[in-house]
Design a protein around this ligand. Structure first.
Ligand code: S3P
Length: 427
């Protein structure tokens, strides 16, 4: 599908993005290995979250109900009859690697072309140290991966990257190990695993950048998933960069390990309010209101990066509308996401007339160069497709995005939500 987008004169509306992708994966996986039954509401509708359900069903988990609300019957997983296919989902692949490493049966896991090119050595190495029999292409660096786990022991391990997927894989394996697993993180990444493990009765201790878990059986817990701040980010950037806009985004998860986007937009001078703050199911939730703003450049680096890792492409777009030069550094992880997001963001925004320079580990963006519609590519990456959709809302003329259906990896209703925002935004 090709999307075609134009800039509306005025951009107003209220949007409720889909359930948080990270929390959804965890709610399904953790309850599948827990004792008891749990109800999950507002589960992420995207293809990635569906990949997790498909893999769990293939491992014998009973999941009753359709759409975004269902019941997971927890228990013991069974040897799958076939290869487990995680599609495009890095979170499914990495979290399930931690689970499979703890099972005594044989399993093989693979995914699409992008998954088969993403680094897996970072999970395979420590899982081997824990005693798991794990292998894969290139000596275990790439999927397909094979597991014959069981008999794990806890380790003390320094994570080479601030990755929540890696941390969560090892915490999951730690549940099945003998003794404690202690991880040292280079910087804090999202802590949904730690919060949910605790709610499910596991002993998780956080001390600065160290996190540890003791072996445990989890207790099933109901989860009502908040809206995804990584999906909300597109609307926030659209509103603050458009000259006549006000958008309200409802029920968004505002866990502080995810709110780097809010901190950066506010530091850039954005008119952004966080209202109706509340706690739902142990996670912070709020409504967000964003309005047209006069932005100035900023620096995005260091410990901030893991708190906004999926928002870098759309923040680079915001920087095109800011006065001055914004520098993004310490973001080389973006090169090994669903696509090389530094390269994709740079190429496509420049195609529209932006002044973006690619750095080894980031981007340098000089604002104030007006964007003009162009024929753009999504690189089969949902976050690039959606960033370009928002760029189209802000550019003169028409922007087309090829293979725009990839947005449905995390946000199937993205193009419909976009079309509902102003007159003639979608042609
Ligand atoms: C995720 C963690 C992030 C993020 C991904 C989801 C998670 O990756 O990019 O979309 O749910 O744990 P890393 O923290 O592994 O870089």
């Amino acid at each position: 599908m090709q999307a075609a987008v134009r800039r509306p004169k005025r951009l107003t509306g209220t949007i409720t993005p889909p359930g948080d992708k990270s929390i959804s994966h965890r709610a399904a996986i953790f309850n599948a290995i827990a004792d008891g039954e749990a109800r999950i509401d507002n589960y992420g509708p995207g293809a990635d979250c569906q990949s997790t359900l498909r893999v769990l069903r293939a491992l014998g988990t009973q999941i009753d109900g359709k759409g975004s609300s269902f019941t997971v019957h927890g228990g013991i997983l069974q040897e799958p009859a076939d290869v487990l296919n995680t599609g495009n989902s890095g979170t499914t692949t990495r979290l399930m690697a931690g689970v499979l490493a703890g099972q005594s049966f044989l399993s093989v896991m693979t995914g699409d072309k992008s998954i088969r090119s993403r680094p897996m050595g970072r999970i395979v190495d420590p899982l081997r140290l824990m005693g798991a029999e794990v292998d894969g292409r290139s000596g275990g660096k790439l999927a397909p991966l094979t597991f014959r786990g069981g008999a794990l022991h806890g380790i003390e391990y320094r994570l080479p990257v601030a990755s929540a997927q890696l941390k969560s894989a090892l915490l999951l394996a730690g549940l099945f190990a003998d003794g404690e697993t202690v991880l040292a993180q280079p910087a804090l990444s999202r802590d949904h695993t730690e919060l949910m493990f605790r709610a499910m009765g596991a002993e998780v201790i956080e001390d600065g950048l160290s996190v540890s878990v003791k072996p445990a059986r989890l207790r099933a817990v109901d989860v009502s998933v908040p809206a995804d701040i990584s999906s909300a980010a597109y609307w926030l950037v659209a509103a603050v960069c458009h000259p006549d806009a006000e958008l309200t985004v409802m029920g968004v998860g505002t866990n502080p390990t995810r709110t780097g986007i809010l901190d950066v937009l506010q530091a850039m001078g954005a008119d952004l309010s966080v209202v109706n703050e509340r706690i739902e199911g142990g996670e912070q939730v709020a409504d967000l209101v964003a309005r047209s703003s006069k932005l100035h450049a900023t620096e995005i680096a260091g410990d901030l990066i893991p708190r906004l890792v999926d928002e870098v492409p759309v923040l680079a777009l915001a920087a095109c509308f800011a006065e001055g030069t914004t520098v993004i550094r310490d973001a080389s992880e973006l090169r090994v996401k669903e696509s090389d997001r530094l390269q994709a963001t740079c190429k496509e925004l420049n195609r529209m007339g932006a002044a973006v320079e690619e750095l080894d580990d980031g981007l340098r963006i000089t604002g104030g160069h007006a964007l003009t519609g162009a024929a753009c590519r999504s690189y089969a990456d949902h976050r690039i497709a959606m960033t370009l959709g928002i760029a189209g809302l802000l550019a003169a003329g028409e922007t087309t995005i090829a293979a725009a259906e990839t947005a449905s990896i995390s946000y199937p209703s993205f193009w419909d939500d976009l079309a509902g925002l102003g007159d003639g935004v979608k042609s």
